[in-house]
Design a protein around this ligand. Structure first.
Ligand code: ZN
Ligand code: ZN
Length: 213
């Protein structure tokens, strides 16, 4: 399905396998299978798209800052995640090395919800190239390690992915690590939805990057 707004949202170049829910519109609501009318879900999808596109009303949002605030040391002084990894805020770092840092998402969408970020400011996933594949792979690796450190080991019940621009409220590249998926609520499933316009799994991103020239 081709949305009439697709071009306007800057989504050219990304082909989600399907935008519509599976036939029959069956989705899980907090672990319990429930049948929701397909039309309701479509309306809700649009609601989320609009909500995400318009959230983050401060100047550090989206393309507004561009890269002009980035200093030579990879620090963007307008970026909240740069402040977190530089320990300027109280956020606890669950992992921190020269390349990768990890901390909890402020609005958890699952019992375990971590953000894995490059320690140096790197723009959103749309600005990445083939040369970033090792970085993305390292982010996934750290995400798994942090889950394990927090006693979560069932890697078949996890979701690793990125919000696709313009649906990122912070431009600093960040991998969402969510687990267990089976305990994610309805809204979280929408926000971190597979094959949607606004969320791409780490695997899909790596595939996409490796297909680039
Ligand atoms: Zn940053
Ligand atoms: Zn995000």
């Amino acid at each position: 399905m081709q949305s009439p707004h697709r071009k306007d949202l800057g989504l050219r170049g990304f082909e989600p396998r399907a935008f519509l829910p599976p036939a029959g519109g069956r989705i899980d609501v907090i672990g319990k299978p429930a049948t929701i009318k397909i039309t309701q879900e479509i309306v809700l999808s649009y609601f989320i798209v609009v909500k995400m596109a318009t959230s983050g009303d401060d100047p550090q949002t989206a393309e507004a800052t561009g890269d002009k605030h980035i200093q030579n040391d990879g620090y963007n002084k307008k970026c909240i995640f740069c402040k977190i990894v530089n320990k300027e805020l109280d956020t606890e770092l669950l992992h921190s090395d020269e390349e990768i840092s990890c901390f909890r998402d402020i609005k958890p969408g699952a019992p375990h919800h971590y953000l894995v970020v490059p320690t140096q400011h790197v723009g959103n996933c749309k600005s990445l190239g083939k040369q970033h594949i090792p970085l993305v792979e390292k982010m996934v690796e750290i995400g798994k390690a942090v889950l394990q450190k927090n006693n979560f080991t069932d890697l078949s019940d996890v979701r690793f992915g990125f919000h696709w621009p313009p649906f990122c409220s912070v431009t600093h590249l960040h991998l969402h690590v969510l687990a267990p998926v089976s305990q994610m609520g309805f809204m979280s499933r929408m926000f971190y939805r597979l094959d949607s316009y606004w969320f791409i799994t780490a695997e899909q991103l790596i595939q996409r990057l490796s297909s680039m020239a």
